[in-house]
Ligand binder design. Structure first.
Ligand code: ZN
Length: 183
């Protein structure tokens, strides 16, 4: 027997490989998905389950949609970081409930160190997300090239990095927003 869209052969070599791949990225394979390229997984960390493409599990390109959805209703932050290596110093803008664990998710190269320059608090994650998107759209032509930043951000966050000359501009954006939120 082999895997089909509606049935998993738990003893076949392919499934054993899928179980291993899932485990390596914090998931448990629990059942079939809507096609032969998808499966249903449970997140070890939060316990939620969802369907994910096998290829995305392999590349670790997924997030928990349930956690992401709830986080939009909960407090969050927009942060501005200065990240430094011997070769390059750059700025990073992002949003997260927990900045430290978000930075861990970037998987920066070992030699990199970072400092939080500014954090602004939002009562709702969706407002933090919208503000962050607005900033990135406004300055999208100023961003550092993602191909270049992937050398330093080994997993995530390489899309929204800025050169140091953007410091004043980004600070002004964040400070203006902070003032607006306090009103
Ligand atoms: Zn979750």
């Amino acid at each position: 027997m082999a895997n089909t869209a509606t049935k998993i052969d738990w003893d076949c070599a392919a499934t054993k490989k899928h179980i291993k791949e899932a485990k390596a990225v914090g998931l448990t394979l629990i059942g079939v998905g809507s096609s032969r390229h998808h499966r249903t997984y449970q997140f070890l960390e939060c316990g939620h389950s969802q369907e994910i493409a096998l290829a995305h599990v392999r590349d670790e390109r997924f997030i928990c949609n349930t956690c992401e959805e709830t986080s939009l209703d909960h407090p969050s932050n927009v942060y501005l970081l200065k990240i430094k290596t011997a070769e390059l110093t750059w700025l990073k803008v992002g949003y997260a409930k927990n900045v430290v664990s978000r930075v861990r998710g970037y998987t920066l190269v070992k030699e990199a160190s970072y400092r939080t320059i500014k954090t602004i608090k939002f009562t709702q994650g969706r407002d933090a997300r919208d503000f962050e998107n607005m900033v990135h759209n406004k300055y999208r032509k100023k961003k550092l090239l993602r191909q270049r930043m992937r050398k330093y951000h080994l997993r995530e966050g390489y899309n929204e990095c800025y050169p140091m000359r953007m410091l004043d501009t980004l600070m002004q954006e964040l400070e203006a927003k902070e003032k607006e939120l306090k009103r």
